[in-house]
Design a protein around this ligand. Structure first.
Ligand code: ATR
Length: 280
């Protein structure tokens, strides 16, 4: 008898362009695991009810994306150590009976993409993190764990950058700078765009002077949302310029491993999606 497929979903708002269903279906095929995975549009006001409904309908695991990662954290009965540190959750694992255990696989996804796919050494790099919202919170701890020398956080609204720095609590290594002062503060050899400017289609105003000669520039988003930052980084002559497609695939593989106990091979799926994005 065939087992009925395990039910999964990604919640977000907006969500219609999410690549997560395609990624998880391919992982399932590769691993011989029967699963269903749908995209559920959930505005913050109704997310909690929609998540409960999903669970009652047999949902066994979910991903959560913008703008729901903090709300997801608050819905969890248990969280992993990493999720507890970051305060944001992108992966929900059904606990036996009821309730969710929350994880955050974004940080690991980013580090695997940078170090294994792009062969970058992160140690001793001085990192400028642009943005201090859920996305920035999700990766900051993993970057510090990976050995970056210093982390400077710049956010349009400085109080959010201060709050993230306070949450991290490493004053010798983590600094906050005013966004409007960036042009006068020197340069960084590692710059991550964790703002939602690209996703929201708003302009991001950045001086070229912040890019050091051997700089690595990375946008956590991909596709059209990453175009403006990546073009800016190339014009500023950054040595390495990457979008977040690899991170997306790697965070999905980490989530898949939490739910199914196997970490799928990501190369074929990444190559397929890259081709699809290049053709779009
Ligand atoms: P996410 O979960 O994607 O991080 P978020 O928590 O709403 O979403 O955070 C969005 C981040 O992008 C914030 O750091 C925001 O800056 P503010 O806190 O100052 O609003 C940043 N952001 C959004 N649009 C931006 C823009 N056009 N330029 C610079 N930063 C921007």
């Amino acid at each position: 008898m065939r087992e009925s497929p395990q039910r999964h979903a990604v919640f977000g708002h907006p969500i219609s362009h999410s690549l997560s269903p395609a990624i998880h279906h391919r992982f399932g095929q590769q691993s011989g695991i029967a699963l269903s995975y749908e995209a559920i549009d959930a505005p913050p006001e109704t997310f909690a009810t929609q998540l409960d409904d999903f669970r009652h309908a047999g949902g066994s695991g979910a991903n959560v994306t913008l703008p729901l990662k903090t709300l997801a954290f608050e819905r969890c009965a248990q969280v992993s150590d990493y999720a507890a540190r970051s305060g944001v959750v992108n992966t929900l694992e059904a606990l036996p009976g009821s309730g969710w255990r929350g994880h955050n696989t974004d940080g690991t996804g980013l580090i695997v993409d940078l170090t294994e796919r792009h062969r970058q050494d992160l140690r001793e790099r001085d990192l400028l993190l642009l943005g201090a919202g859920g996305a920035a919170q999700g990766v900051a701890f993993a970057l510090l764990d990976a050995g970056v020398r210093s982390l400077t956080i710049a956010n349009r609204h400085a109080e959010r950058a201060d709050a993230l720095a306070d949450r991290i609590g490493q004053p010798g290594r983590v600094h906050v700078r005013y966004w409007n002062d960036l042009a006068t503060l020197g340069s960084w050899d590692f710059i991550i765009n964790a703002t939602s400017a690209g996703v929201q289609g708003t302009a991001i105003d950045l001086p070229f002077a912040i890019v050091a000669p051997r700089a690595l520039c990375y946008d956590l988003s991909y596709g059209r949302a990453a175009t403006a930052f990546l073009a800016w980084a190339r014009t500023a002559k950054a040595a390495h310029v990457f979008d977040g497609l690899g991170m997306l695939v790697e965070q999905a593989a980490e989530a898949f491993a939490i739910w199914h106990g196997v970490r799928p091979d990501t190369e074929a799926v990444h190559a397929e999606l890259r081709e699809r994005l290049d053709a779009a």
